[in-house]
Design a protein around this ligand. Sequence first.
Ligand code: TXA
Ligand code: MG
Length: 316
Amino acid sequence: MALEETTNPLRAAWWLERGGLVAFPTETVYGLGVDATNAVAVERLFAVKGRPINNPLIVHIAHQSRLDVVARHVPLLARRLLERFAPGPLTVVVPKQPTIVPAVTAGLDTVGVRIPDHPLALEMLRACHVPIAAPSANRSGRPSATTARSVVEDFGDRIDCLLLGEPTRIGLESTVVDCLSQPPRVLRPGAVTLAMLAEIEPTVTLADATPRAGDNSPGRLHPHYQPAARVMLFDDPDEIAASLDAAYLAMQPHAAPGRFGWHQTFRTIEEFSRQFYEALREVDRRGLKVVYCQRVDSQGSGQALSDRQSRAAEPA
Ligand code: TXA
Ligand code: MG
């Protein structure tokens, strides 16, 4: 069947309640939503996305008053984080309700929950009587989709509906916090930084800093954010040789050193973050073989972008 594009969140909710696959904008990246209580629909989502079955999905709700539908109980830390940062680019990992089908959480007894800060997403979620599981709306392993165009490129008619919105405001996925570990851990850095979380809970740490036996941060196991072009990170533009087969991405004032097939420079970390995935996709659209990408500082506001840059540059 043909993909239905709409600007009406109620139409998107109609599809979701019938077990459809619906792409929708959030403030971070586009999500590919499905009824989290419908096992058949969830199975189709994993197949269409090409997602490994051991990588759990985030469940989206419109308001904290619906937490009980998803979470068996809500730890105090999760409640305090949501009070401070929701709606916003934060996912809390909490104990799961049995109504969420096991495939959503890859068999884990925990579930990631998020309230996105986007008017269309919130209106769609409010109109749904069920919670919505939604990974980023990209084929597994590819750079996430931050524009409606990129969603269509990856899925076309294999999904039912696309809720049309502007390019997403933040451009990188939410911060994922495991609220059940001691100390609580950031499983994926995002726009809610470690320093912001530490204002609420000073013991919170980055997952890499405290690896543990039998650890389960499944999203870290698989290749992520990778264009077909090879991503090469650099610190100093003098290290690289210009080539018409290559693209160049850097923070201003580092003008491209010579002629490249394509280049883009960014004024701020926020702008680089917002446009990073779309830039990687543009490199592929132009058929370029290599993208030289300037590494950003992994501290402070560069935490999330630095993480995505490193993963995009890992060998596939
Ligand atoms: O910003 C976002 O979070 C976007 C938008 C659409 O909301 N969604 C998103 O979903 O990025 P996805 O599926 O691409 O990434 C989900 C991440 C994965 O790294 C996964 O391992 C982790 O969240 N995750 C989900 N549930 C988990 C759980 N129960 N325990 C540990 N990690 C979990
Ligand atoms: Mg993803």
